[in-house]
Structures are given as C-alpha cells and as structure tokens.
Design a protein around this ligand. Structure first.
Ligand SMILES: NC(=O)c1ccc[n+]([C@@H]2O[C@H](COP(=O)([O-])OP(=O)(O)OC[C@H]3O[C@@H](n4cnc5c(N)ncnc54)[C@H](OP(=O)(O)O)[C@@H]3O)[C@@H](O)[C@H]2O)c1
Length: 340
C-alpha cells in the first residue's frame, strides 16, 4: 500500500509518497481501506516543525479518515469486513490502509458519505468542545470566530445556528466576504477592519459572549478585548506562526514573543475566562466520543452539514496543502485514497 510521509521539516515539496507492506491487524484491531482523509491546518504546521505534539520525523500525518473494513484481527466483536467506518487515526490517516484498535472506529450509517465522515471529527469536534462542552453556548448569545471560512470556521457557524446564537461575527480575507455572509455570519475583513470595535458596535457596546482564536500572538489579546464582562475566550491555534508554505522562524518567534500573559486578578474582576484547547491532548477519550455522538445526531437531523471545499487525489497532497497555505479554501479539504 502507499502512504504519505513527512521525511523531515520542509515545504510542500518535501512531502513523499512511499510504498510499504500492507499492515496486518492484531488482536482487537481492524484494517481499514481508506477512502477519504481530512487535512487539518495542524498537518501543515507539523510539516514545518511548528507543532509540539507530533511524532518524530519521518511520520505520516492525518488525524481522521473514513473507509471500509477489509480485515479484522482475533477477538473483534461488533465489526466485520465490509463495514463502513470513521477512523480516529491519531496520526497516520494519510494512507491507503490503516490498522487501528476497534475502539477508535465509529460505524457509519449508509446516509453519511465518506466525504462527510472524514470532514467532521476535528473541525466539528473541536468547535463543539469549545462552544458547547466548555462554553455552555446558550440561545441568544454572540460569538466571534477567526478563519471564519475555513474548516473550523464553517463548523462553528453551523453549530452556532443550530444552538440559537443570535450573532456570529466571522473574520477572514476579503475574497471570502460573500461566502462568510452566506453562512449567516457577519463578515469582517481581517486585514482592513477592526474586529474589536465591530464586536462592540454590534453588541450595544458590551462585546461578545464567546471569542474563538486560532491565530495567537498579539491577536489573542484583541480577541479578549472583544469580550463582554462574563465572556469566554478559547485559544486553540497559532496560525500567526505560519507565513507561507516554508517555515518562517521569524514569524514563529514573533508569535511566541507577542503571546499575552493574562492577569488572573483582572480576569476575576471582569468575570472573563480563558480556555486553552488541544483536542489531540485530551486525556479522556470518552469526552470526544460523546461529542461525536451528539454531532452525528445533529448531522442525521440535518442541523449541520459539513462544507467540503475540495477533494484531491492523495498523489496531489502537496497541491492540496498549498491550496490551504494560499488561503483559498472555503470549508474542509480532503484527500481521496479510494481504489481507482
Ligand atoms: N487546538 C485544537 O485542538 C485545534 C483543532 C482544530 C483546529 N485548530 C486550529 O484552528 C485553526 C483552523 O483550522 P482548520 O483546520 O479549520 O484550518 P482552516 O481554517 O481551513 O485554515 C485555512 C484558513 O486559515 C486562514 N489563515 C490564517 N492564517 C493563515 C496562515 N498563516 N496561512 C494560511 N492560512 C491562514 C486562511 O483563511 P483567511 O485568511 O481567509 O481567514 C485559510 O484559508 C488552525 O489554527 C488550527 O491549528 C486547533
């Protein structure tokens, strides 16, 4: 079988596709023929050596994949060859086949496509974790989200709508204005408009209830300033450390150096909270599984529906990642590993 590897820190031209022996499932495991694998922004940061929690190089990225079981190991109950599944791979999803403990597989109803399944876990799981699990998002509340047109951004827009948020303010680059507005968000041009002022203006001077910041650095304090008293800030990414498809040590350094230190006394006096969120480092798997269950029932009811920007054959993985670096995606980008 073939799989994608990152041999070392590099630009998209460093990505390789290698042929390896087919993996064999051990006891309690299943082998899944992958049809779709999700690309996440974190994969791009890992390739640049800017992510703290990836395996040593060389490794195969890919948190999430969908496909069908082709073989099971001894002692497996509840799954059999031919079953369609979502695979929570952790790493290694950019592969024609993955072998996993069956505890990391979720059966897929016939009505859920491989595209939908691979597009959901990281983006929707993270959004749900922040807004619903940590934030207790309540009908009528207001939300600020950055990268509003991306994978997480589009998931946040849909979850907010389903939960009855009264206003979602979404920042993105200017070509995405119509797309962001079409999702029911109030578009803010992240380059030419001041989102802090706009958050205040649109909420009668108070600020938003929830601010979701995947940018980091000095931007994080501006998201905090967009909050009302009693508001909640979620810090869950560091896109300010990325500048183009090659690693920029300067951008990374600037991001770390400008990251604010929050003062607990001031937080107490304004009743504001700051959450740090890293879904890959949640200790308790049952939390994420609970989110997936809630999200799958929202999907089956039609409350949410992943927006797929594009699906690329895995041989074109470098172009697919470049597409995200160039900020062209509107929704989720997937890799196609299905047999030709
Ligand atoms: N902590 C966690 O557990 C967790 C989980 C999921 C995602 N995240 C974070 O959430 C953010 C969104 O993730 P995603 O996978 O949904 O990605 P995404 O939003 O689809 O990422 C691509 C978009 O990000 C924007 N962007 C901002 N800075 C950028 C840069 N330096 N280079 C390229 N694009 C940049 C671009 O849109 P515009 O410029 O038009 O806005 C681009 O289209 C990322 O920072 C990611 O690391 C964290």
């Amino acid at each position: 079988m073939r799989k994608v590897i990152y041999p070392r820190v590099g630009g998209v031209d460093s990505i390789q596709i290698v042929d390896v022996e087919d993996p064999v499932p051990g006891p309690g495991q299943a082998s899944v023929r992958v049809h779709r694998a999700g690309i996440n922004f974190a994969d791009l940061m890992m390739r640049q050596g800017l992510y703290g929690s990836n395996p040593d190089f060389p490794f195969t990225p890919g948190y999430e994949a969908s496909g069908e079981i082709i073989e099971i190991g001894d002692g497996v109950g509840g799954f059999r060859p031919g079953d369609r599944v979502l695979a929570m791979t952790g790493f290694g999803g950019y592969s024609e086949r993955v072998v996993l403990d069956t505890g990391r597989l979720v059966p897929l109803p016939d009505s859920v496509s491989f595209d939908q399944a691979a597009a959901m876990p990281v983006t929707y799981g993270t959004s749900y974790h922040m807004l619903v699990h940590l934030g207790n998002l309540t009908r009528g509340e207001t939300v600020l989200i950055h990268h509003a047109a991306g994978g997480v951004g589009t998931a946040v827009a849909q979850i907010c709508k389903a939960m009855g948020a009264s206003l979602v303010i979404g920042t993105a680059s200017s070509p995405k204005r119509d797309f962001v507005n079409s999702l029911g968000m109030h578009f803010v041009d992240r380059e030419s408009e001041d989102f802090v002022n706009i958050c205040k203006e649109l909420t009668g001077g108070k600020g938003v209830h929830h601010a979701i910041d995947p940018v980091g650095g000095g931007h994080l304090m501006r998201s905090y300033q967009s909050l009302r008293r009693g508001g909640k800030l979620y810090y869950f990414g560091a896109s300010a450390a990325v500048k183009g498809e090659r690693r920029s040590r300067l951008a990374a350094l600037k991001m770390w150096a400008s990251t604010p230190k929050f003062d607990p006394l001031r937080m107490m006096n304004s009743n504001r909270a700051v959450f740090g969120v890293h879904m890959g480092l949640l200790d308790d798997d049952s939390i994420f599984k609970g989110h997936l269950e809630a999200l799958s029932s929202m999907l089956l009811k039609g409350d949410i529906a992943p927006i797929i920007d594009s699906v690329w054959r895995f041989e074109k993985v470098a172009d697919a990642q470049l597409h995200i670096h160039e900020r062209k995606n509107r929704g989720k980008v997937l890799l196609d590993f299905s047999p030709n």
